[in-house]
Ligand binder design. Structure first.
Ligand code: C2E
Ligand code: MG
Ligand code: MG
Ligand code: MG
Length: 285
């Protein structure tokens, strides 16, 4: 009987695998169609606010890509970024996101300090990435390039033959700022801090959620804040949902934060509506 059950499990597993493979192929085909068709419509770039602890104002935003399915349904990046990375479609997708982000930065000039754009390891490894960025900035001389931030994760440092540090130095030479995304979740966070010329540390949500009730989390955040400050970097706490956690972050002197408490990612028009007049986030917690 045990053997039979095992056999059934194997069967169920392979059905599951088939579903996963089909979903992956669907995602790839949709992504190809979207990029070849009308990416502005089918791959909209949404924006989530980043607020200053000192003033409660929205000082920046993170650009987050979405996919509009033919049904009209909006899919999050988890549905298509992995396929994009595997197939290399992340390169044209990433360029599209960067262009949209730069256009919005210019459009929202007086109302928004900066926009932060996720750049995947595969994009960074591509020889064309820095020239693409340089050309884009050269095409918009009115844009102060320090208003653009690129977010990279630790995996960008691993597993690629190109010298990522050299590439990051070239990006910094363009005046673009660099943020370490999901900081604290990888294997070599301190190596990161030591070796990468970053300007911003984005403290992962796992340290932030439940902070107010967990003194160990508070200690870790305090240490990261201290380290970042001594290295001349600023910190954004990710995934702030609870007023109590925001209160605790401000008590620790965390300079800025992002999370559902302040706003979810929104389409550009809706995001812009929260900028004018400048929204003051409730300080009471
Ligand atoms: P990320 O860069 O860490 O982005 C933050 C994610 O956390 C976003 O999910 C955001 O909606 C979510 N989030 C923000 N505040 C909260 C909160 O208070 N609570 C919770 N539970 N979640 C919160 P999203 O938009 O689904 O993006 C997921 C990931 O996909 C991003 O993680 C990023 O790694 C990747 N991604 C998104 N857009 C792009 C892109 O244009 N290019 C690349 N390469 N990756 C992207
Ligand atoms: Mg990010
Ligand atoms: Mg993040
Ligand atoms: Mg994160």
């Amino acid at each position: 009987a045990a053997k039979r059950a095992g056999g059934n499990r194997m069967h169920a597993f392979s059905d599951d695998m088939r579903v996963k493979v089909r979903e992956r192929l669907d995602a790839e085909a949709r992504l190809r169609d979207a990029l070849a068709g009308d990416p502005v419509e089918t791959l909209p770039v949404w924006f989530q606010p980043i607020v200053s602890a000192a003033t409660g104002e929205i000082t920046g935003a993170e650009a987050l890509v979405r996919m509009r399915a033919p049904s009209g349904e909006i899919l999050g990046p988890g549905h298509f970024i992995p396929a994009a990375e595997e197939t290399g479609l992340i390169v044209p997708l990433g360029e599209h996101v960067m262009r949209r982000a730069v256009l919005r930065l210019i459009e929202w000039d007086e109302h928004l300090g900066y926009v932060s754009v996720n750049v995947s390891p595969r994009q960074l490894a591509e020889a064309g990435f820095v020239p693409m960025l340089a050309n884009l900035l050269a095409a918009h001389p009115e844009l102060d390039s320090s208003r653009l931030v690129i977010e990279i994760t630790e995996t960008a440092l691993l597993g690629f033959s190109v010298d990522v540090r050299e590439r990051l130095a070239m990006i910094k030479a363009l005046g673009v700022r660099i943020a370490l995304d999901d900081f604290g979740t990888g294997y070599s966070s301190l190596t990161w801090l030591q070796s990468v010329p970053a300007d911003v540390v984005k403290l992962d949500r796992s340290f932030v959620a439940g902070l107010a009730a967990d003194p160990r989390k508070a200690s870790i955040i305090q240490a990261v804040l201290w380290l970042a400050r001594s290295l001349g970097m600023t910190v954004v706490a990710e995934g702030v949902e609870e007023p109590a956690d925001w209160h605790a972050l401000r008590n620790l002197d965390c300079p800025s934060a992002q999370g559902y408490l302040f706003g979810k990612p929104l389409p550009p028009a809706e995001f812009a509506a929260t900028l004018a007049p400048r929204r003051i986030v409730e300080q009471a917690a």
